[in-house]
Design a protein around this ligand. Structure first.
Ligand code: SAH
Length: 219
């Protein structure tokens, strides 16, 4: 069970994290407010919580990582600028931190994770924080068709190409934020649907764990 604590030390460290994000060019006030409010340390094991506010990725077990704060802020900024509200599908729940940030910002959040242990741990944190985030175990490359279409889809693992099932579940004028590339590095990519047309734009380079599934990488 995850224990809730938010002492002054963590609050000060969150403030420092937000100042650093600002220096790195993150300037959307809704994003910065969410980073200040969401208790990132609760998404870490109790013995690792002191690392929660460092700007680096951190192991969360099962060979996976929680993305560094800058990466989460970057993806979230890309999303909020193009899709300020609505239903969002996240592929790759991991620690649950990205989903919690989106929930705080008022999105209705659906998230899929393929590793049962990570799904279980993130759902415990969501329940401690009282968050109503919809979760499912499964291959997120196939999306979650029951709740489609989504105004936004955010994929937090690196893919060879945007999965076609996810493109089909994107609403008209919806946007998908997804790192696309090889297994070593990817470019953050924005895919927008308008009418029957899909547009694709590439941005900065990142290094994500692989998106593993039927429309991603093999096991
Ligand atoms: N958003 C996460 C980052 C998680 S790292 C956070 O805030 O902590 C990427 C996650 O994607 C890992 O947990 C990995 O297990 C998961 N993943 C990889 N391929 C997947 C797939 N096809 N479906 C669902 N989850 C997947």
């Amino acid at each position: 069970m995850v224990e809730k604590r938010d002492d002054r030390v963590y609050r000060d460290r969150r403030q420092e994290m937000v100042e650093q994000l600002r220096r790195y060019g993150i300037n959307n006030s809704r994003v910065l407010e969410a980073f200040l409010a969401v208790e990132r340390h609760l998404f870490f094991d109790p013995e690792s919580r002191d690392y929660a506010y460092d700007d680096c990725a951190f192991p969360i077990g099962c060979g996976q990582t929680i993305s560094q704060p800058f990466t989460v802020a970057y993806m979230t900024s890309m999303l909020v600028e193009r899709c300020p509200a609505g239903k969002i599908l996240e592929v790759g729940t991991g620690s649950g931190y990205q989903a919690a940030i989106l929930d705080y910002m008022g999105y209705s959040v659906y998230t899929i994770e393929r590793i049962p242990e990570l799904l279980k741990r993130s759902s415990e944190v969501f329940s401690v924080l009282g968050l109503k985030i919809h979760q499912r175990l499964g291959d997120g490359t196939l999306g979650w068709s029951d709740h489609a279409p989504y105004k936004g889809i955010i994929v937090t693992a690196g893919a060879p190409e945007p999965p076609s099932s996810l493109l089909e579940q994107l609403a008209d004028n919806g946007v998908m934020i997804i790192p696309i590339g090889g297994s070593v590095g990817q470019r953050m990519t924005v895919v927008t649907r308008s009418g029957g047309r899909l547009e694709r734009e590439s941005f900065h380079a990142f290094a994500f764990v692989p998106l593993i599934g039927r429309e991603g990488w093999g096991e």
